[in-house]
Design a protein around this ligand. Structure first.
Ligand code: NAD
Length: 478
């Protein structure tokens, strides 16, 4: 397999990038902020998927035979290519997904994150491990490639989440076929187009298409491992489809992350962290803070400080420089959020901010919304809003707060906020979630394993643990 393609040729304008990935006859993709046409995506069929998987199978053995150091070097060059094209990629991502280009953890951040993950994944040590070496003999554990990896992704962080699937798969010697969300296929096509200027042909293929393509991918005999990020309902359907072929799975599913503010927290000091924990990407983040439990001693002060911070954060068109929040990505999600806020209001919630979407505005803008005084069984608390509406629940005993945090059948992330780190750690240890953050929420790191428990899925991504999930363990014993 030739692995010496040049990277210097890859510098595309926005128009060149769009022209390379769109099809004049394709399906319209509209800007969620304005309703304007972003581009037309080619729609592929299940037969196209079959062909892509057959090709990925052919290429996989060759790629697996490339030495690890060479694979890593190519991945670093592919990361350089993505970095070089940051401006065009971020603009497209902003237009298609809605997130602002510039400020805060938005489109430039997402492209930068994709680069960082690719680089980090190409840098982890992944050596065979000697488990036994004594008078009884030796046992050495290493990881072979799984084979062909199928990847299905959501529409909230389409580039970065696709990179979380692509990078470890490639590093471990696999080839990848991705089915992007039908809402944000252009972002994934664009990023992979740039990667493929550097990577040998046929390692990473995007097959944009509807749900039927996702269904076919998850039950396909040509897939050895399926990486899925999306809703819990779809994750269950995928697990059923994968059963016949015993296809290995990593399922990163929905969350409803709790945050617990302890009585010793400093409301003003934590307000901005709480805001970004909940409203990053306009709340459309799997591990966003989705329900906030605040001790009665600091309840009013936290409500006030958080309202002050949230009210000052501009929301609007992604290309206007001052904005830090954008629209919801699609109408269906707008309706979910609007319905849950109505249920919160009718359930006795006190709206501290927002709650009234403008009627005359184009785009799926739902204002930043805080609803206090909610019962713990209100639907805005118990269901995943996946949008900019945070419910706030008052509690009087930490035991109660822990019980409420743990009562739902999801466990992706959670957070504890307080001035005494030891106390916060003790509470964190009692919370059922894949990650519990202290005095922050949702910060991820390519070196640190990330994944859910309960209905938030299973398997981890990132770090060496994430690499192992894209391999099959093999022991050689003597
Ligand atoms: P979704 O489940 O509706 O769709 C995800 C993908 O699955 C899309 O590409 C879709 O086409 C495909 N799909 C739909 N039905 C399918 C089927 N039967 N078989 C195979 N594929 C199918 O999710 P979404 O609305 O795009 O994303 C939002 C959800 O994703 C939220 O619940 C969020 O919490 C979750 N999420 C989780 C993580 C994580 O890391 N745990 C990250 C981001 C998003």
């Amino acid at each position: 397999m030739p692995t010496d393609a040049a990277t210097t040729s890859v510098l595309l304008t926005y128009d060149q990038l769009l022209a390379a990935i769109t099809d004049p006859e394709g399906r319209e993709i509209l800007d969620p902020a304005t309703g304007e046409l972003v581009g037309r995506v080619p729609e592929r069929t299940v037969e196209d998927l079959d062909r892509a998987l057959a090709r990925a199978r052919e290429k996989q053995a060759e790629w697996a035979a490339v030495p690890d150091a060479e694979r890593c070097a190519l991945m670093h060059r592919a990361a350089e290519a993505v970095e070089a094209n940051t401006a065009a990629l971020a603009e497209l991502l902003s237009r298609e997904q809605g997130k602002p280009v510039q400020n805060g953890p938005n489109a430039l951040f997402e492209v930068g994150g994709s680069v960082a993950w690719l680089q980090a994944t190409a840098s982890f040590p992944m050596e065979p491990q000697t488990i036994v070496d004594d008078e009884s003999g030796t046992a050495v554990l290493s990881y072979d490639p799984v084979g062909v990896v199928g990847a299905i992704g959501p529409w909230n962080w389409p580039m970065m989440i696709s990179m979380w699937q692509i990078a470890p798969a490639l590093r471990m010697g696999n080839t990848v076929v991705l089915k992007p969300s039908e809402y944000t296929p252009l972002s994934v096509l664009a990023m992979v187009h740039v990667l493929n200027q550097v990577l040998p042909e046929g390692l990473v293929t995007v097959v944009p298409g509807g749900r039927e393509v996702g269904e076919a991918l998850s039950g396909h005999p040509g897939v050895d491992k399926l990486m899925f990020t999306g809703s819990t309902a779809t994750g269950k359907a995928i697990m059923r489809a994968a059963a016949d072929g015993l296809t290995r799975l990593t399922l990163e599913l929905g969350g409803n992350d709790a945050g617990i503010v302890l009585p010793d927290a400093d409301p003003k000091a934590i307000a901005e962290g709480l805001f970004w924990g909940a409203f990053i990407n306009t709340g459309q983040t799997c591990a966003a803070l989705k329900r906030l439990y605040v001790h009665e001693d600091v309840y009013d002060a936290v409500c006030e400080a958080l309202t002050e911070v949230a009210a000052a954060m501009p929301m609007g068109m992604g290309r206007d420089e001052q904005n830090v929040l954008g629209p919801l990505q699609n109408k269906a999600q707008f309706e979910v959020v609007a319905d849950l806020v109505e249920k919160a209001r009718s359930g006795g919630g006190r709206v501290l901010l927002g709650g009234e979407p403008a009627q005359d505005q184009p785009g799926f803008f739902y204002p930043t919304t805080l609803v206090a005084d909610l019962d713990d069984d209100n639907p805005l608390v118990t269901e995943e809003q996946f949008g900019p509406a945070l419910p706030i629940v008052k509690y009087s005993s930490v035991d109660d707060a822990v019980r409420m945090a743990n009562r739902l059948d999801v466990g992706l992330g959670a957070s504890v906020w307080g001035s005494d780190p030891e106390r916060a750690r003790e509470v964190a240890a009692r919370i059922q979630a894949g990650t519990v953050w202290i005095n922050k929420h949702g910060t991820i790191d390519p070196r640190v394993p990330f994944g859910g428990i309960k209905s938030s899925g299973f398997g981890v991504e990132f770090g060496v643990e994430g690499l192992k999930a894209l391999g099959v363990p093999k022991v050689i014993a003597s």
